[in-house]
Unconditional design. Structure first.
Length: 524
């Protein structure tokens, strides 16, 4: 046998060291991070993998079965074996020597890394996109409206082509020659029902985009349940044998979202509890009125959040750093912003103003004259801080949850990591805006995924809070708790949906005191 190269280690006593497992884990973590952006390191790791696989191959003699010369009549028949995949050739001495030189940086790895042998876990299903439901329903409604207004003419070719070109597009109302396949008198009912389906779906998208209150979401879900049930009934009334894809999609979306948010839908989700398809005109009017109201609230909310962000900035950057001569001008700018905020519809006694204005009231010049609405808001905050009482009445469903505003003040311009669940672009943006975050890092997870893959995000120095969606996270993500402890990150376990109000209440209940302490440290 050839002599072993002195560069190769021959002493295996280190395998018995008690710290070997921890050392391997640490090395793998560092290699994983560096290999992400280093092609040369990836090639070297690929060569290591090939070499280790070759070392693990059994000798050729071990793979051969021993066959008896004389068959044994009492022995059971041989069990058929499945064909095995071709194995790699055993590692030679030259392979081991090259392996050592690559490990010590004396030679470059030129071979491509081996392909992954184990299949990747299946990707989670894409969340249902209600905007696609809106587009398809509007296309179908347009065809039916044309047929209702032009009973003797087929719909224009481009109108039909657009409906068919959409993903999962349907034209069940037309025959193959382009003529109407349903009774002419039923066209207005079907068109109006599809218009209502498109409108309520668009309203649900808007509620998600702006993270509006849970009560508005509940009202929209109830109305959507009635609308999709009416669409199903209208198709049956028109003797359409094909199921409408959008009715099925909206029904499925309602079931999933109600389950996520813990919302009970009392009616219209069972076949024996159908909505009346003939009441389509009254229903369409209700859907449109509700949608117009949500649009108005969303625009108001957008303006209020923008002004709240400006108010926080002026207090933190201008008032807090102003000297005595600059303070009057800084507070005048605060008063102007606060006046615009109250003018936008925010009550002067709204609890969201307490954590924003409260810490800076001692810097308010005593003789300064501010707009009346701004003065009223400041007086309400002062009264609450003095005795813990306020004259504010009950908040309506159009008002932001005050807890959302409090969390927004504590997490303003911070980075948050969210683990688990389905990342919806609208929802992610709504959470970021509701809590005024600098960044929301949403890591979707899969069954069997190692928690170590999440470590680079949790360990980031700018991350303040980690939210674990325990209802949808993989079971092994409980190890995320250890990572948060190791890197001193706050951890919140989210038992229900992604609504900003629900998240805010869980954040304050679980880590509210620690967030206040961190905010105080940043202010100092």
């Amino acid at each position: 046998m050839a002599d072993i190269d002195p560069e190769l280690p021959s002493d295996h006593s280190s395998l018995n060291e008690p710290t070997l497992e921890a050392a391997i884990i640490q090395v793998l973590q560092v290699l994983g991070e560096r290999a992400h952006d280093n092609a040369q390191l990836r090639q070297a790791l690929g060569l290591i993998g090939q070499t280790l696989l070759a070392l693990a191959e059994p000798p050729p003699d071990c793979a051969k079965a021993v066959v008896s010369d004389t068959p044994d009549s009492d022995a059971p028949p041989p069990t058929p074996t499945s064909p095995s995949s071709p194995s790699s050739p055993p590692a030679t001495l030259a392979d081991l020597q090259r392996f050592a030189r690559v490990m010590m940086g004396q030679e470059l790895a030129e071979e491509e890394p081996p392909k992954r042998l184990m299949p990747l876990p299946p990707l989670p299903p894409e969340p249902l996109d209600l905007q696609e439901v809106v587009d398809r329903c509007q296309a179908k409604q347009g065809i039916l409206a044309w047929c209702s207004e032009h009973p003797s003419d087929p719909p224009p070719h481009d109108m039909v082509a657009r409906a068919k070109s959409l993903p999962h597009g349907q034209t069940w109302m037309l025959r193959s020659d382009g003529s109407l396949a349903i009774e002419q008198d039923l066209s207005p009912m079907l068109a109006g029902t599809l218009a209502a389906t498109a409108a309520i779906s668009a309203t649900l998208v808007l509620i998600d985009q702006h993270a509006l209150t849970p009560s508005l979401l509940k009202s929209a879900i109830d109305l959507a349940a009635e609308t999709q049930s009416a669409l199903r009934g209208a198709l049956r009334l028109a003797r359409v044998t094909t199921s409408d894809y959008d009715q099925l999609q909206l029904f499925q979306w309602l079931r999933e979202r109600a389950n996520e948010e813990g919302i009970y839908i009392p009616r219209y989700m069972r076949k024996n509890d159908p909505a009346d398809p003939l009441a389509w005109q009254e229903r369409l009017e209700r859907v449109r009125q509700f949608g117009a109201r949500v649009v108005r609230i969303a625009e108001q909310r957008r303006r209020q959040r923008k002004l709240l962000s400006a108010l926080r900035y002026r207090l933190r950057k201008e008032v807090a750093s102003a000297n005595e001569a600059e303070r009057v001008a800084a507070w005048l700018r605060v008063g102007d912003t606060l006046d615009q905020l109250i003018e936008s519809g925010l009550p002067t006694t709204h609890p969201i103003l307490r954590p924003i204005l409260g810490p800076y009231l001692t810097t308010l010049p005593p003789t300064l004259s501010l707009p009346p609405r701004a003065n009223s808001a400041i007086e309400a905050v002062s009264l609450y801080r003095a005795n813990g009482t306020t004259t504010s009445g009950e908040l309506s469903e159009e008002d932001d949850d005050p807890i959302v505003g409090e969390v927004a003040g504590l997490l303003h311009d911070q980075t948050v990591v969210m683990l688990g669940g389905e990342r919806r672009p609208y929802t992610a943006q709504a959470i970021k805006e509701a809590f005024t975050l600098r960044e929301l890092i949403w890591c979707t997870t899969q069954e069997g995924q190692s928690y170590l893959s999440l470590e680079p995000y949790i360990r980031r120095p700018d991350v303040t809070l980690v939210i674990l969606a325990i209802r949808w996270a993989s079971h092994n993500l409980s190890e995320a708790t250890n990572l948060c402890t190791r890197y001193n990150k706050l951890l919140v376990r989210l038992p229900a949906g992604y609504n900003a109000s629900q998240m805010a209440h869980q954040i304050m209940q679980q880590v509210g005191d620690r967030l206040h302490a961190l905010a105080a440290e940043r202010e100092s």
